[in-house]
Design a protein around this ligand. Structure first.
Ligand SMILES: [Mg+2]
Length: 279
Protein backbone atom coordinates (compact mmCIF):
# COMPACT_ATOMS: atom_id res chain seq x y z
CA UNK A 1 0.00 0.00 0.00
CA UNK A 2 1.48 3.37 -0.88
CA UNK A 3 2.33 5.77 1.89
CA UNK A 4 -0.39 8.35 1.22
CA UNK A 5 -3.08 5.69 1.05
CA UNK A 6 -1.88 4.06 4.24
CA UNK A 7 -1.75 7.38 6.14
CA UNK A 8 -5.17 8.38 4.81
CA UNK A 9 -6.52 5.10 6.10
CA UNK A 10 -5.08 5.95 9.50
CA UNK A 11 -6.80 9.35 9.47
CA UNK A 12 -10.20 7.75 8.83
CA UNK A 13 -9.70 5.16 11.58
CA UNK A 14 -8.65 7.94 13.98
CA UNK A 15 -11.72 10.01 13.08
CA UNK A 16 -13.88 7.00 13.95
CA UNK A 17 -12.05 6.40 17.22
CA UNK A 18 -12.19 9.99 18.42
CA UNK A 19 -15.91 10.28 17.69
CA UNK A 20 -16.50 7.11 19.68
CA UNK A 21 -14.48 8.58 22.57
CA UNK A 22 -16.49 11.80 22.57
CA UNK A 23 -19.76 9.87 22.37
CA UNK A 24 -18.87 7.59 25.26
CA UNK A 25 -17.45 10.39 27.45
CA UNK A 26 -20.47 12.63 26.71
CA UNK A 27 -18.08 15.50 26.02
CA UNK A 28 -15.29 16.77 23.84
CA UNK A 29 -14.33 19.06 20.99
CA UNK A 30 -15.65 17.37 17.91
CA UNK A 31 -15.15 19.90 15.09
CA UNK A 32 -11.58 21.01 15.86
CA UNK A 33 -10.40 17.47 16.57
CA UNK A 34 -11.70 16.30 13.20
CA UNK A 35 -10.11 19.22 11.32
CA UNK A 36 -6.65 18.58 12.77
CA UNK A 37 -6.37 14.78 12.29
CA UNK A 38 -4.44 14.88 9.00
CA UNK A 39 -1.90 17.39 10.37
CA UNK A 40 -1.26 15.23 13.46
CA UNK A 41 -0.99 12.00 11.49
CA UNK A 42 1.50 13.56 9.06
CA UNK A 43 3.59 14.86 11.95
CA UNK A 44 3.61 11.74 14.13
CA UNK A 45 4.04 9.14 11.38
CA UNK A 46 6.33 10.94 8.93
CA UNK A 47 7.89 14.05 10.39
CA UNK A 48 8.61 14.16 14.12
CA UNK A 49 11.77 12.61 15.48
CA UNK A 50 10.14 11.15 18.62
CA UNK A 51 10.40 7.68 20.08
CA UNK A 52 7.58 6.25 22.22
CA UNK A 53 10.18 3.98 23.88
CA UNK A 54 12.32 6.96 24.82
CA UNK A 55 9.87 9.85 25.15
CA UNK A 56 12.26 12.02 27.21
CA UNK A 57 15.23 11.82 24.83
CA UNK A 58 16.92 15.24 24.95
CA UNK A 59 17.42 15.35 21.20
CA UNK A 60 13.78 14.65 20.34
CA UNK A 61 11.66 17.04 18.34
CA UNK A 62 9.01 18.85 20.34
CA UNK A 63 5.35 19.11 19.45
CA UNK A 64 2.92 21.43 21.22
CA UNK A 65 -0.82 21.28 20.75
CA UNK A 66 -1.54 24.90 21.54
CA UNK A 67 -5.21 24.43 20.57
CA UNK A 68 -5.39 22.06 23.52
CA UNK A 69 -9.15 21.68 23.47
CA UNK A 70 -8.83 19.48 20.36
CA UNK A 71 -7.39 16.80 22.55
CA UNK A 72 -9.27 13.76 21.27
CA UNK A 73 -7.42 13.60 17.94
CA UNK A 74 -4.14 14.10 19.83
CA UNK A 75 -4.82 11.19 22.24
CA UNK A 76 -5.80 8.88 19.39
CA UNK A 77 -2.65 9.72 17.42
CA UNK A 78 -0.40 9.30 20.48
CA UNK A 79 -1.96 5.89 21.19
CA UNK A 80 -1.59 4.83 17.56
CA UNK A 81 2.05 5.97 17.63
CA UNK A 82 2.64 3.77 20.70
CA UNK A 83 3.05 6.32 23.48
CA UNK A 84 0.43 4.54 25.60
CA UNK A 85 -1.86 1.52 25.15
CA UNK A 86 -4.89 1.95 22.93
CA UNK A 87 -7.17 0.69 25.77
CA UNK A 88 -6.37 3.82 27.77
CA UNK A 89 -8.54 5.75 25.30
CA UNK A 90 -11.54 3.96 26.81
CA UNK A 91 -10.94 5.84 30.07
CA UNK A 92 -11.16 9.29 28.46
CA UNK A 93 -13.20 11.70 30.54
CA UNK A 94 -13.64 9.23 33.41
CA UNK A 95 -12.62 9.94 37.01
CA UNK A 96 -8.91 9.25 37.64
CA UNK A 97 -8.14 8.83 33.93
CA UNK A 98 -4.89 10.59 32.93
CA UNK A 99 -6.67 11.53 29.71
CA UNK A 100 -8.35 14.77 30.74
CA UNK A 101 -10.34 17.16 28.57
CA UNK A 102 -7.18 19.17 27.87
CA UNK A 103 -3.63 17.81 27.42
CA UNK A 104 -1.55 17.24 30.56
CA UNK A 105 2.18 16.51 30.37
CA UNK A 106 1.92 13.54 32.75
CA UNK A 107 0.69 11.58 29.72
CA UNK A 108 3.62 10.05 27.80
CA UNK A 109 4.39 12.03 24.66
CA UNK A 110 2.72 15.26 25.80
CA UNK A 111 5.20 18.12 26.25
CA UNK A 112 2.99 20.84 27.64
CA UNK A 113 -0.26 21.33 29.52
CA UNK A 114 -2.31 23.38 27.10
CA UNK A 115 -5.76 24.56 26.27
CA UNK A 116 -5.60 28.01 27.75
CA UNK A 117 -5.17 29.54 24.31
CA UNK A 118 -2.28 31.76 23.28
CA UNK A 119 0.50 30.05 25.23
CA UNK A 120 1.84 27.34 22.94
CA UNK A 121 3.84 29.48 20.54
CA UNK A 122 5.61 31.32 23.39
CA UNK A 123 6.73 28.01 24.88
CA UNK A 124 7.73 26.79 21.42
CA UNK A 125 9.92 29.87 20.97
CA UNK A 126 11.60 29.11 24.30
CA UNK A 127 12.17 25.49 23.32
CA UNK A 128 13.66 26.47 19.95
CA UNK A 129 15.96 29.02 21.61
CA UNK A 130 17.04 26.45 24.20
CA UNK A 131 17.80 23.86 21.49
CA UNK A 132 19.93 26.41 19.66
CA UNK A 133 21.84 27.33 22.84
CA UNK A 134 22.43 23.65 23.60
CA UNK A 135 23.51 23.02 19.99
CA UNK A 136 20.84 20.35 19.58
CA UNK A 137 19.20 19.53 16.26
CA UNK A 138 15.66 19.38 17.68
CA UNK A 139 12.81 20.89 15.72
CA UNK A 140 9.82 22.48 17.42
CA UNK A 141 6.31 22.27 15.94
CA UNK A 142 3.35 24.20 17.37
CA UNK A 143 -0.21 23.63 16.21
CA UNK A 144 -2.52 26.56 16.87
CA UNK A 145 -6.16 27.29 16.16
CA UNK A 146 -7.23 30.13 13.91
CA UNK A 147 -9.51 31.65 16.55
CA UNK A 148 -6.47 31.51 18.84
CA UNK A 149 -4.73 34.10 16.65
CA UNK A 150 -6.76 36.83 18.39
CA UNK A 151 -4.74 36.23 21.58
CA UNK A 152 -2.18 39.04 21.86
CA UNK A 153 0.47 36.72 23.29
CA UNK A 154 0.60 34.84 19.96
CA UNK A 155 1.78 37.98 18.19
CA UNK A 156 4.41 38.65 20.90
CA UNK A 157 5.75 35.12 20.44
CA UNK A 158 5.70 35.49 16.65
CA UNK A 159 7.68 38.73 16.99
CA UNK A 160 10.37 36.98 19.11
CA UNK A 161 10.62 34.01 16.74
CA UNK A 162 11.18 36.36 13.80
CA UNK A 163 13.62 38.48 15.76
CA UNK A 164 15.76 35.49 16.70
CA UNK A 165 15.50 33.85 13.26
CA UNK A 166 14.36 30.52 14.72
CA UNK A 167 14.45 28.38 11.59
CA UNK A 168 13.83 25.14 13.46
CA UNK A 169 10.48 26.46 14.68
CA UNK A 170 7.45 25.52 12.58
CA UNK A 171 4.03 26.92 13.49
CA UNK A 172 0.92 25.46 11.93
CA UNK A 173 -2.47 27.18 12.02
CA UNK A 174 -5.47 24.90 11.72
CA UNK A 175 -7.36 27.39 9.54
CA UNK A 176 -10.84 25.95 9.70
CA UNK A 177 -12.43 29.43 9.62
CA UNK A 178 -14.65 28.75 12.66
CA UNK A 179 -14.25 29.27 16.37
CA UNK A 180 -16.53 28.48 19.30
CA UNK A 181 -18.96 31.31 18.58
CA UNK A 182 -18.95 31.36 14.79
CA UNK A 183 -17.17 32.51 11.64
CA UNK A 184 -13.66 33.83 12.43
CA UNK A 185 -14.02 36.62 9.88
CA UNK A 186 -17.09 37.95 11.68
CA UNK A 187 -15.45 37.77 15.12
CA UNK A 188 -11.86 38.91 14.51
CA UNK A 189 -10.64 39.23 10.92
CA UNK A 190 -7.76 36.89 10.10
CA UNK A 191 -7.35 37.06 6.36
CA UNK A 192 -4.21 39.18 6.75
CA UNK A 193 -2.51 36.48 8.84
CA UNK A 194 0.08 35.59 6.19
CA UNK A 195 1.17 39.24 5.85
CA UNK A 196 1.22 39.75 9.61
CA UNK A 197 3.59 36.84 10.21
CA UNK A 198 5.66 37.70 7.14
CA UNK A 199 6.15 41.24 8.44
CA UNK A 200 7.48 39.79 11.70
CA UNK A 201 10.16 37.81 9.85
CA UNK A 202 8.38 34.53 9.11
CA UNK A 203 8.21 32.60 5.87
CA UNK A 204 4.63 31.56 5.20
CA UNK A 205 3.04 28.86 3.09
CA UNK A 206 -0.68 28.20 2.64
CA UNK A 207 -1.78 24.66 1.95
CA UNK A 208 -4.76 22.32 2.07
CA UNK A 209 -4.42 20.99 5.61
CA UNK A 210 -6.66 18.00 4.96
CA UNK A 211 -4.53 16.81 2.03
CA UNK A 212 -1.93 14.28 3.13
CA UNK A 213 0.25 14.66 0.06
CA UNK A 214 0.46 18.44 0.46
CA UNK A 215 1.11 18.15 4.17
CA UNK A 216 4.02 15.76 3.72
CA UNK A 217 5.53 17.75 0.87
CA UNK A 218 5.35 20.92 2.97
CA UNK A 219 6.71 19.39 6.17
CA UNK A 220 9.58 17.87 4.22
CA UNK A 221 10.55 21.27 2.83
CA UNK A 222 11.17 22.91 6.22
CA UNK A 223 12.55 25.46 6.85
CA UNK A 224 10.90 27.48 4.12
CA UNK A 225 13.91 29.82 4.37
CA UNK A 226 17.13 29.59 6.32
CA UNK A 227 17.27 31.81 9.43
CA UNK A 228 13.50 32.40 9.43
CA UNK A 229 10.73 30.62 11.36
CA UNK A 230 8.15 28.88 9.15
CA UNK A 231 4.38 29.22 9.28
CA UNK A 232 2.07 26.77 7.58
CA UNK A 233 -1.46 28.09 7.19
CA UNK A 234 -3.28 24.79 6.87
CA UNK A 235 -6.71 25.43 5.33
CA UNK A 236 -8.97 22.78 6.80
CA UNK A 237 -12.64 21.96 7.21
CA UNK A 238 -13.93 22.02 10.76
CA UNK A 239 -15.59 18.65 11.35
CA UNK A 240 -13.75 17.12 8.36
CA UNK A 241 -14.94 13.66 7.37
CA UNK A 242 -18.55 13.74 8.52
CA UNK A 243 -20.82 15.81 6.27
CA UNK A 244 -23.40 16.82 8.88
CA UNK A 245 -20.64 18.03 11.23
CA UNK A 246 -18.53 19.85 8.62
CA UNK A 247 -18.47 23.68 8.74
CA UNK A 248 -21.03 23.99 11.52
CA UNK A 249 -20.00 26.13 14.49
CA UNK A 250 -22.39 24.30 16.86
CA UNK A 251 -20.19 21.20 16.48
CA UNK A 252 -17.27 22.96 18.22
CA UNK A 253 -18.12 20.89 21.29
CA UNK A 254 -21.40 19.20 20.54
CA UNK A 255 -21.66 15.50 21.38
CA UNK A 256 -23.29 13.18 18.81
CA UNK A 257 -26.55 11.43 19.65
CA UNK A 258 -26.84 7.67 19.13
CA UNK A 259 -28.39 8.21 15.69
CA UNK A 260 -25.70 10.73 14.76
CA UNK A 261 -22.82 8.51 15.85
CA UNK A 262 -24.24 5.64 13.79
CA UNK A 263 -24.60 7.88 10.78
CA UNK A 264 -21.04 9.24 11.22
CA UNK A 265 -19.57 5.73 11.50
CA UNK A 266 -21.42 4.65 8.38
CA UNK A 267 -19.99 7.58 6.47
CA UNK A 268 -16.44 6.96 7.70
CA UNK A 269 -16.72 3.21 7.02
CA UNK A 270 -17.67 4.08 3.46
CA UNK A 271 -14.53 6.23 3.19
CA UNK A 272 -12.42 3.33 4.53
CA UNK A 273 -13.97 1.02 1.95
CA UNK A 274 -13.32 3.51 -0.84
CA UNK A 275 -9.74 3.99 0.34
CA UNK A 276 -9.11 0.35 -0.47
CA UNK A 277 -8.57 -2.90 1.39
CA UNK A 278 -6.24 -3.48 4.33
CA UNK A 279 -2.87 -4.89 3.37
MG1 LIG B 1 -10.92 27.31 14.27
Amino acid sequence: MDKIKSLSRKTIAIRKRLLQMIYEAHGGHTGGSLSSVDILVALYFEVLNVDPNDPENKDRDRFILSKGHSVESYYCVLAEAGFFPEELLNTYGKIKSPLAGHPVNKVPGIELNSGSLGHGLSVGVGMALAARMDKRDSWVYVLMGDGEQAEGSVMEAAMSAGNYGLDRLVAIIDRNRLQISGDTEKIMKLDSLADRYHNLGWQVKEIDGNNMEELLKTFHSMPLKKDHPSLIIANTTKGKGVTFIENRAKWHHRVPTREEINQAMEELDKQLFENGPDE
